[in-house]
Design a protein. Structure first.
Ligand code: APR
Ligand code: PHB
Length: 389
């Protein structure tokens, strides 16, 4: 088998890269070790920045997003006694969209299987080889158990945090990893109940952070800060709703409850791996970086990475010019660090540790963001997404 770009991983990064390349006449093959149904059922975050919406729309994937997605004009920041709306169009002229990553992936897969480049599910033993040469290869076993070799001009490692590509980059030496594990986790639920709010609520509370998000006019997504050692079995639906009601409490407002259809506990960490390239192997998305979910940046960073990478690969493969691939890692990492800072900052401002000094600093920062237009604009610009260039 031969292709121009061998893509490892069919998450949002790999699938969108394949589509961006196809629209520029560059062929690719996407190799995914999970099944289609597994990939389409994974529940992930749900906020799209303006540039992500624009990118998906430009590649012809905006129909369902514009029909079923919910455009949001701000968020509420809450601390005891106060719920303050940050108006994004007023502050920075941009909006965000609520549309689940699960739905983005379904749209990308449907488009790919409808006449797009090959997408192979259920492969195994995926191994990038010869990445320091101009003819790298991917060895893998196909779904029927046959060994295969995919010869490429370039390999994209879009295989998420646990995929094999990042280790291949680091084998060359000289790479660096930064990591921060936070001392809290999120307990997330999906519930069949209309959201009790028009915009997302990010709530600071002495008992811990809570977030009220949504997926549709009839489905709510809610999160509670919990200790990372907590077991989901110890959290009955009633206990979850009680804690949510306590943390979101505000005079004259009530949290509506409903059947919980999914619940899980998610760890929180920041992780950055540099460089995002070794020879003809390029990393993008979660393969190179993880952000805590508080800033809603994970999916948007993956979109930004592959937007840069696609442009760089088109230049390399069509014009034989390597300037953009040579600059790819530094350019992508500049945005990664901006989003890493923003996600860390949001996380640090909103999650309680039990330390009373920290709590006063957090409340002071929240009052500042809710009273100073400059401080609010800084949050709004980062939340809605800085321009890619
Ligand atoms: N071989 C083939 N595919 C693999 C392998 C492997 N050895 N290891 C992992 N994969 C696949 C995973 O099954 C997954 O489908 O790579 C894909 C990576 O997708 P994601 O984890 O969704 O990562 P990415 O596409 O970078 O998207 C980033 O996903 O995790 C969220 O918060 C994150 O929203 C962000 C987004
Ligand atoms: C979500 O809806 O899953 C969501 C929204 C905002 C965040 C994180 C997650 O900051």
């Amino acid at each position: 088998m031969r292709t121009q770009v061998g893509i490892i991983g069919a998450g949002p990064a790999g699938l969108l890269l394949s589509r961006l390349l196809a629209l520029q006449g560059i062929d690719s093959v996407v190799l995914e070790n999970r099944s289609r149904s597994y990939v389409e059922a994974r529940i992930r975050a749900g906020i799209l920045e303006q540039h992500s919406v624009d990118t998906l729309t430009e590649v012809g994937l905006g129909h369902r997003l514009h029909r079923e997605g919910l455009e949001h004009h701000g968020i509420y920041l809450q601390y005891p006694g106060t719920r303050h709306k940050l108006d994004f169009p007023d502050l920075c002229g941009r909006t965000v969209w609520v549309y689940g990553q699960t739905e983005v992936v379904k749209d990308l897969i449907a488009a790919q299987l409808d006449g797009g480049p090959p997408l192979l599910f259920d492969v195994s033993d995926v191994t990038p080889e010869d990445v320091d040469t101009d003819s790298p290869r991917i060895r893998f076993t196909d779904a029927d158990g046959n060994p295969q070799l995919l010869e490429c001009d370039v390999i994209a490692g879009t295989d998420g945090f646990h995929g094999p590509s990042r280790a291949v980059v680091h084998e060359a030496g000289g790479g660096k990893v930064w990591e921060r594990t936070y001392p809290y986790a999120w307990l997330g639920i999906l519930a069949d109940v209309a959201p009790s709010t028009d915009e997302l609520i990010y709530a600071w509370h002495p008992e811990g952070f809570a977030l009220h998000s949504m997926r549709s006019p009839t489905v709510s997504r809610l999160y509670l800060q919990v200790d990372p050692s907590e077991k989901i079995e110890d959290w009955s639906d009633d206990r979850i709703w009680d804690d949510l009601a306590t943390r979101f409490a505000l005079d004259g407002w009530e949290l509506q409850t409903g059947p919980v259809t999914e619940k899980s506990i998610l760890p929180m960490r920041s992780f950055v791996s540099s460089p995002m390239r070794r020879g003809r192997l390029f990393l993008a998305g979660d393969a190179a970086h993880i952000v805590p979910p508080t800033g809603a940046k994970g999916l948007n960073l993956a979109v930004a990475d592959v937007t840069l990478l696609a442009t760089a690969l088109v230049r390399l493969l069509k014009e034989g010019r390597s300037d953009l691939v040579d600059g790819y890692s530094d350019r992508a990492l500049a945005r990664v660090w901006r989003c890493t800072h923003f996600s860390w900052w949001m996380t640090s401002m909103l999650h309680t540790s039990g330390d009373e000094f920290d709590a006063e600093l957090q409340l002071s920062q929240l009052r500042r963001v809710c009273s100073s237009e400059a401080a609010a604009r800084e949050l709004a610009e980062n939340y809605t997404g800085l321009p890619i260039d």
